[in-house]
Write a protein that binds this ligand. Structure first.
Ligand code: ADP
Ligand code: MG
Length: 656
């Protein structure tokens, strides 16, 4: 007997997992070549079915499917449809014949199945599938690094979180979740093209998904998704089964459940046969006449035409949503076992007007792409291949003076990403900054979603503008945001973690975007007004201060002219027209111009008189401060508690 020798020093390998509705599989990069892992029967597809036995035993895969007939309630199939759904979600009840268990008070609001005398959640069921894949991978690789798991592009935060939880429960280190269509595009190496527009046509066992992806400098972004959650290979099986009953002169509705199961099974085998052969002859599984039956591909193509037409409608809608046309696509990718059917390929080619990419096995393409990504993330791949795959769905920013939002990370920034913005105080002797983190596209913080609020305290009293607050936003690969604030002079710092997408489903995100567009004009006006008021207030205060500090430099009547301009500005600032405020600011600027010049000249004269250097510097700085009071950005009304809103934000630099 030969024993397999493996290198105990071999580094752990990262794996990619396609956790499918019907089938799941696991892959890794072997000698730079992505490869699926097969079991001892040379099968790599693991049916996504979990059977719970009476004695606490759990069976996963093909063996679980065999038990489904006798124990339908204890055998969970298509668990993916239940992931991240609430117990009260009406969709879930329609889906299957399971014994749903209502949550008890205090329980999390998730679906619960009663199976063989116990209660399990979709996360636990999925974890069983993942555990089986993990064992398969361990048999091949011995030592596992992390895993990348794929999810449909339309999965919301709750569904993604549930998938991640399932991975963790299975003992996997989940490096990242990536979208299935993105994984397929990676398997084809499309990111090497840097730019392009692609459609991914995914027809699986029970679901059809179409995704329009745009590749922008090597980064994929989902432009639109569409599909049908009840359309797939199962429907083809059902259509062929009906045909079979008809050929046997039997009424399908009068058949026993076990007959239906047998016929569905045979129908699937016929379907698979017709993928490679123009006709398939079988023995009548119902034992009646005729003894044999002939199925032709031509007839099958005719039968599935209505199904294909439905996928066509969804594709056209997805193209429309992405504001593009089939002619603009650089490629179409086939994903899912059902796209092996020749009629499907012909249909896709006709629909999009180009031959689809189909060289990679459509069953495996998603898992292979996930493996490539896992390899890169684990550091084993070419560092140039590091891929940025996700984008922030909404802008993230900070509330600054006047309640205006300063966007630190704009919407659609690819993640992981970090950006830093600097702010200063607007009031003398401010001892704290209040930091309000918001998400959304609206101009005013009050119209955005508030994510976090914290206060940086203990800043020693300083003149306005001297404190330097650096705020860093960091979004990790899973979309989790952390905000870090630090006052540079004192080193005082504080950080919070926020989960920006928590509880935001696609519809909410979309609504927030629509609101931003609807209110765009009004928002901009509100922003201009808020900013003008902040500016008016700051200039007013600093002018008053210089008049009070240097009354001897004022000429005859000048104090009155300045006071007059100040009063006008103050009045304008209570109004609603930013242009009027700006005009009054200009007026004040004119009224103070020569006074400011005199202060500057005096500072310079004092310097020439041979004062100590640092003294001169301070004086000059002071004089410049007055000059700068005209026309430079900011400060708002003094907050009562001496906490600042912010001023002076240079454009944030985005680092990747
Ligand atoms: P999912 O993504 O939903 O888990 P898959 O991509 O694994 O599903 O697709 C499963 C479907 O593909 C099944 O309906 C199966 O019958 C079908 N399928 C697999 N191989 C073939 C084939 N050679 N010809 C036709 N259909 C196939
Ligand atoms: Mg799939």
């Amino acid at each position: 007997m030969l024993l397999d020798i493996f290198d105990p020093k071999a580094p752990p390998r990262a794996i990619g997992i396609d956790l499918g509705t019907t089938n799941s599989l696991v892959a890794y990069v072997k000698n730079e070549c992505p490869t699926v892992i097969a079991d001892c029967h040379q099968t790599s597809l693991l049916p996504s079915a979990v059977h719970y036995g009476d004695r606490g035993d759990v069976v996963v895969g093909a063996d679980a499917l065999l038990r489904a007939a006798a124990h339908p309630r204890d055998t969970i199939v298509s668990v993916k449809r239940f992931m991240g759904r609430g117990a009260d979600d009406p969709e879930t009840r329609r889906l299957a014949p399971y014994a749903f268990v209502a949550p008890k008070a205090g329980d999390a609001n998730v679906v619960r199945f009663g199976v063989a005398g116990r209660v399990v959640t979709p996360v636990e069921v999925s974890a069983e599938i993942l555990r089986a894949l993990k064992r398969l991978a361990e048999d091949e690789l011995r030592s596992l690094g992390g895993a990348v798991i794929t999810v449909p592009a339309y999965f919301d935060d709750a569904q993604r979180q549930a998938t991640r939880d399932a991975g963790r429960l299975a003992g996997l280190e989940v490096l990242r979740l990536i979208n299935e269509p993105t994984a397929a595009a990676l398997a084809y190496g499309l990111e090497k093209k840097q730019n392009g527009l692609f459609a991914v046509y995914d027809l699986g066992g029970g679901t059809f998904d179409v995704t329009i992806l745009v590749l922008d400098n090597g980064v994929f972004q989902v432009k639109s998704t569409g599909g049908d959650s009840a359309l797939g290979g199962d429907d083809m099986d059902a259509i062929l089964a009906e045909e079979l009953f008809a050929l046997a002169h039997r009424d399908a509705r009068a058949a026993t459940p076990s007959e239906v199961r047998v016929v569905l099974d045979v129908a699937r085998r016929v379907k698979h046969g017709l993928t490679t052969a123009p006709e398939v002859e079988i023995d009548n599984p119902l034992g009646s006449v005729p003894a044999t039956m002939l199925f032709t591909r031509a007839r099958f193509d005719e039968l599935v035409r209505p199904l294909l037409a439905r996928t066509g409608t969804a594709c056209k809608r997805a193209l429309r949503d992405a504001e593009t046309k089939a002619e603009s696509l650089d490629g179409v990718i086939l994903v899912g076992g059902s796209t092996r059917v020749p009629a499907v390929r012909a249909f896709v080619e006709q629909l999009f007007g180009k031959a689809p990419l189909a060289d990679i096995d459509p069953d495996q393409v998603v898992a292979l792409g996930a493996a490539i990504q896992a390899n890169v993330l684990s550091g084993a791949g070419n560092p140039d291949d590091v891929l940025l795959l996700d984008v922030t769905p909404l802008s993230l920013g900070i509330e600054v003076g006047g309640g205006v939002v300063d966007r630190v990370l704009p919407r659609n920034t690819t993640t992981p990403a970090a950006a830093r913005a600097a702010y200063t105080t607007q009031e003398d002797n401010q001892t704290g900054f209040e930091i309000h983190v918001v998400q959304g596209e609206r101009e005013l913080a009050a119209d955005c979603r508030s994510l976090a609020r914290f206060t940086l305290r203990g800043i020693p009293p300083m003149a306005a503008g001297l404190a330097r607050l650096e705020v860093t936003f960091r979004v990790d690969a899973d979309g989790l945001l952390s905000v870090h604030a630090r006052e540079e002079r004192t080193g005082i710092e504080q950080a919070v973690d926020v989960k920006p997408s928590y509880g935001l489903d696609d519809d909410t995100v979309e609504q927030m975007l629509i609101d931003a567009i609807d209110h765009g004009e009004a928002d901009l006006d509100a922003r201009r007004l808020a900013e003008a008021r902040v500016e008016a207030h700051r200039i007013g205060r600093s002018t008053q201060k210089s008049v009070d500090d240097d009354p001897s430099l004022l000429f005859e009547g000048e104090r009155e002219r300045i006071a007059f301009a100040l009063a006008h500005l103050e009045q304008a600032a209570t109004g609603a027209d930013p242009r009027t405020i700006q005009l009054r600011i200009d007026d004040l600027d004119t009224a103070t111009k020569s006074f400011a010049e005199r202060r500057m000249n005096r500072a310079i004269a004092m310097a020439i008189e041979g004062q100590r250097l640092d003294q001169v510097e301070r004086t000059v700085e002071h004089a410049k401060g007055i000059e700068a009071a005209h026309g430079s950005p900011l400060p708002p009304p003094a907050p009562d508690d001496a906490l600042a809103s912010f001023a002076n934000h240079p454009k944030p630099e985005v680092e990747r």
